[in-house]
Design a protein around this ligand. Sequence first.
Ligand code: URA
Length: 426
Amino acid sequence: MDVIEVIVAKRDGQELSEAQIAWVIDAYTRGEVADEQMSALAMAILLNGMNRTEIASWTQAMIRSGERMDWSALDRPTADKHSTGGVGDKITLPLAPLVAACGAYVPQLSGRGLGHTGGTLDKLESIPGWKASLSNEEMLSVLRSAGAVVCAAGSGLAPADKKLYALRDVTGTVESIPLIASSIMSKKIAEGTGSLVLDVKVGSGAFMKTPERARELAETMVALGTDAGVRTVALLTAMDRPLGRAVGNALEVEESVEVLAGGGPADVVELTVRLAREMLEAAEISGPDPADALADGSAMDAWRRMITAQGGDPDAVLPQAAESMTLQAEEPGVLARLDAYAVGLAAWRLGAGRARKEDPVSFGAGITLHTKPGDEVRAGQPLMTLHADETARFERALEALRGGYEVGPASAQEALPLVMDRITAQ
Ligand code: URA
């Protein structure tokens, strides 16, 4: 097989055969196809797309590049959730133990944040002692003792995707629906979950800015999962404003614990419970209601077991940033708009996120939102508090927030409904 022929075929808008795709993914993983050749192919795919058959072959080839995990030794169904990422999206933290408390096993491989959206592993690593890297045997043991495990994907899982994602990141080829869908689903299928709920975010703080693009991504991923034998459903959910009131690693852990204690912001609770119900339905578990498991403390018990089993101390004091500053409303009115991207970018500049994947994050940095869109405010009332380890970070964070929120006399701008749509296999 000749890599130039494959690149030229896609450049000219032709369909790639299963054999061409299998060969190019395998040869790239082994280093036989060079980065510059794969980046040309990725750009041709971004510009000319791939049809459903090509995307399925691409995904299967990436799965075959590494190991496929197997949870058949477990005596209950497995269920997982994947979010395409958003600002203040800490849902995995309360959701995984909640679903475990309702009777499913939740084996979740998660990632670190890059850019303005946070990563689940960064959030959990703000808990003293908690470790993200587990062997497969350790994962199984945490699952057996706690019902849920959230950890880093090992290097053996879809190595082709690891290499290709890093390349796409530096070649302007991330924003291709076929490449995003196959990247996410190759990892989720290789992870071995029996059922999967996808939370596809829509809005300024999300990868997908419009409902049309989000729906296309969701439909593509649901079809890939279903064809691979994983019961898969997707929700399209709002990411035009941040989720909850906390943005930043330790701040989001604190908010998640509030939810597990039966409190927490209404939008975080609503989405957690809705996703939990979807996961249980996909796993064919009927009976337990996730809202009851939050109220009766059983989800909190599962959280404590899960954190402890991974070396963390659920009672430890979480890291706090050394410096803070509070923004106040200059005039009375209504918080008419609070843009998710502006808040995510500001939190990132405060130190909550990283610019390069090897950078450290500040666990205490981030933003606490005292008001949410639609809230009435008085002049001088605190709108949000910024947290950072150095005061020097405030200026650039404030720049990111400029124009990102608006207090005015008018009523709040029409917000997207929290759950916008539900996509199932066609
Ligand atoms: N997340 C992934 O895992 N892959 C992508 O391509 C985009 C987001």
